[in-house]
Design a protein around this ligand. Sequence first.
Ligand SMILES: Cc1ncc(COP(=O)(O)O)c(C=O)c1O
Length: 415
Amino acid sequence: MQAPATHQSKPYDPVASRVRGFGTTVFAEFTALANATGAVNLGQGFPNFPAPDFVKEAAQQAIAADLNQYARSAGQPRLVQALAQVYSPLFGRSLDPMQEIVVTVGATEGIFATIQALVEPGDEVILIEPFYDSYPAAVIMAGGRPVYVPLRGPAQARSAAEWTLDMTELAAAFSPRTKLLVLNTPLNPLGKVFERDELTQIAALVQAHNVTVLSDEVYEWMVYAPAEQVRIATLPGMWERTVTLGSAGKTYSVTGWKIGWAIAPANLSYAILMAHQWIPFAVSTPMQEAVATALEQSKARGYFDWLGSMYQAKRERLLAVLDEVGFTPIVPDGSYFIIFDTSRLDVPVPAGERRDVAICRWLTREVGVAAIPPSPFYSPAHQHLTDNLARFTFCKTDDMLDEAARRLQRFKHRS
Ligand SMILES: Cc1ncc(COP(=O)(O)O)c(C=O)c1O
C-alpha cells in the first residue's frame, strides 16, 4: 500500500524556540562527571548529610495521617500560618498568611511563576552577575529580555564583600522597558551578602524607575557574623514592590522535597498565584505539612542559629584547606559556597573551551575533587571574568570535606 500523500515541505522539528537554546545545566554535567570518576563532589550544592530528625518525623506523621489529596493552591493553611509566624517579625509587619504568601515547588517555581506573572514579552529584567542560572531561563521563557550588570571585584579580592555593583552602571541598565530586577542575597555562587547601604541604593533606583524586585533569599539562614541579612522588602517604600523567595530545601537540608514560598503584598501574591495555579496547581500536601511542623518548632529548638553555626564551622574548615593548598579563597559572608582563585594552576585549555570549565574538569578528573565553573553564572559577554575562578560547596559532611582536603593536599605535594 502506498503511503498517503502529505503536504509536509519542512523537516519534522517539534521543539519550540524558547527552549532550543538551552543545554543541560552545569550542575548535571559535573555531578555526572564526579560520579563517573569517583571524585568527591564539592560541585553541586546539595547536602549529603541526613535531614534533622524532627523534620523527617513530621513527614512520616503526615504520610501516616493520609494527607494524600490536593493541597490548597496557594499553600496549606497550616504551612502559610507557620510561615507568617516565622517571617512577620523578620519583615517588621503582620503578614497575612492567606493573601501574602504562596507556596511553590521549591524556590525554582517561585522564580518561574513570579516572572510569568509579571513580565510581558519584550520587557527587560535586570540580572546581577553572577546570577543563579534559572533566572535568565525563566526570563527567556516569558519572552522577556535579560539585561546583565556584573558585580566587580579587585583581582586580589579576599572577601565577597569586595565585589560590588557600580551604581552608575546599574543606573544605566534601566530603560522604559525595565519591569523587574532580580536580587539574590546571600548570592550563589559568590557568597556576597548585600549590605544595607547597597540595598538602599538599589531601592532608590527601582523606585525611581517604578520597577519590582524579585529577592531570592534561599540562603537567608546561612549568614556569617558580622554580616547580617537585610531584607530589601523591609526598606522604606519596598514592601509594595518586592517578592521575597525562601526554600525549605536549603533551610532543612531537604532539596529533594521541593517546597518553597513567595512572600509579597496581596496584589503581587495574587498575580503569582494566578500563574502558579496553571503550573503545578498545588504542592505536595504531606511535605507541606512536614515543613509546617518544622517551622512551628524551629525557633524553640534554636534550629536556625544551629544551622548557621554548623555551616560557619564547615566554611572555616574548607577555607583553611584552600589557603593551605594555595587556592586563594574569596571568603563568603553567606551561602554554602566558596569561590577560589585557580590562577596558579598550569592546565592546558582545549581550543574553544573556557578556562574555568577546563580547570574544573581537570580538578574533578585529576585531583578527584569536583568543582563548578562559574562562567555559566554570567552572560557570554562577561564570562571572561571567571577564567581564573572555580566554586566549591561546603554543604557536605566533615568526613567528605576531610577527604577532599586529603586529595587537594596530595595534589599540592605532587605539583
Ligand atoms: C540562588 C538560588 N535560588 C534558588 C534555588 C533553588 O531553590 P529550590 O531548591 O528551593 O528550588 C537555588 C538552588 O541551588 C539557588 O542557589
